[in-house]
Write a protein that binds this ligand. Structure first.
Ligand SMILES: *[C@@H]1O[C@H](CO)[C@@H](O)[C@H](O)[C@H]1NC(C)=O
Ligand SMILES: *[C@@H]1O[C@H](CO)[C@@H](O)[C@H](O)[C@H]1NC(C)=O
Ligand SMILES: *[C@@H]1O[C@H](CO)[C@@H](O)[C@H](O)[C@H]1NC(C)=O
Length: 272
């Protein structure tokens, strides 16, 4: 359930300066993940990606191939992206059949090899949070933040918050301020986002991007929020108080009218 990054803190120095790393990545279905190479490619380098020993992508000079051979196209159906500058591989909208070993081979002056062992938990895609207007909701990051991680929240692609080290920015963007004013709260341990006093206009897609530079991984998690209007509560408590006062005034006026009429009748009596 939780997103856990683990590194086997072993970097073995093999002959010929071949470096070897293994990173364990645990994800939920629907997450996206970028596996970073940590290099800028140059014309001489060749970068190759394998999934369970099948080549899925390669960059060599200006040439890049992605998912050309079966079963890659069938399995990843346009869900792979390759960064041409760095050779980093992005797997979008991950599913449980994507679990396995992603091996990176960099063939350059110094050859290096890195394995990202990815396991995808069998939890349904994109978490859906449903609530009623004016309730609060906490979008659970599912992680324990490391000081080096950078966590960024977006709402429909508007930047809303960023936590980086012990610094955090909440809603410094104008569009964010217009929408959320002071209704956002961040948990600094986990990066979870709380939206208070929700409105129907808070409904939509929220994204949490976690850049974990320690393990050369960027994860994007999606959260769907649906806030439903509460029919009779279109009235604020101030409006309700206003209505009560009006009703009381009307009642008072009516009562006064009755008294007045009565009095008139009483005073009229002697004249009859
Ligand atoms: C992710 O994949 C699921 C099932 O494979 C699909 O129903 C859904 O539309 C996809 N979502 C995105 C954002 O691509
Ligand atoms: C890839 O390898 C992992 C671990 O060996 C295995 O659990 C998984 O089923 C394999 N996936 C595919 C699609 O071959
Ligand atoms: C290759 O790696 C070794 C050991 O990590 C380093 O000392 C050397 O500078 C590297 N050479 C190049 C060309 O990157």
């Amino acid at each position: 359930m939780k997103l856990i990054f683990n590194a086997l803190a072993v970097t073995l120095f093999l002959p010929y300066h071949v470096t070897f790393d293994k990173v364990l990545v645990s994800l939920k279905m629907g997450d996206s993940v970028t596996l970073h190479t940590g290099v800028e490619t140059n014309q001489q380098d060749v970068i190759k990606w394998y999934f369970n020993n099948t080549r899925i992508a390669q960059i060599s000079g200006d040439l890049s191939k992605i998912c050309t051979d079966e079963p890659c196209p069938g399995r990843f159906r346009n869900r792979l992206k390759l960064d041409h500058q760095t050779g980093s591989l992005t797997i979008m909208n991950i599913t449980n059949t994507d679990s396995g070993e992603y091996e990176l081979k960099i063939i350059s002056n110094n050859d290096s090899k890195k394995i990202f062992s990815v396991s995808v938990t069998d939890v349904p895609a994109a978490e859906l949070y449903e609530m009623k207007e004016r309730e609060s909701v906490t979008l659970d990051s599912g992680v324990i933040k490391h000081p080096n991680d950078v966590l960024t929240w977006y709402f429909n692609e508007i930047l809303i918050t960023e936590i980086s080290g012990d610094q955090s920015k909440i809603c410094s963007d104008v569009q964010c301020k217009q929408r959320f004013r002071d209704r956002l709260k961040l948990d600094h341990q986990t990066g979870s986002l709380t939206i208070m006093n929700t409105r129907t206009t808070d409904s939509g897609e929220y994204e949490l991007k976690i850049i974990s530079s320690r393990f050369s991984i960027t994860t994007v998690k999606r959260f769907s929020v649906s806030v439903t209007a509460v029919p009779d509560s279109g009235l604020s408590s101030a409006a309700v108080a206003g209505i009560v006062i009006v009703v009381l005034l009307v009642a008072a006026a009516a009562a006064a009218g009755v008294v007045y009429r009565r009095r008139r009748r009483h005073t009229a009596v002697p004249h009859e």
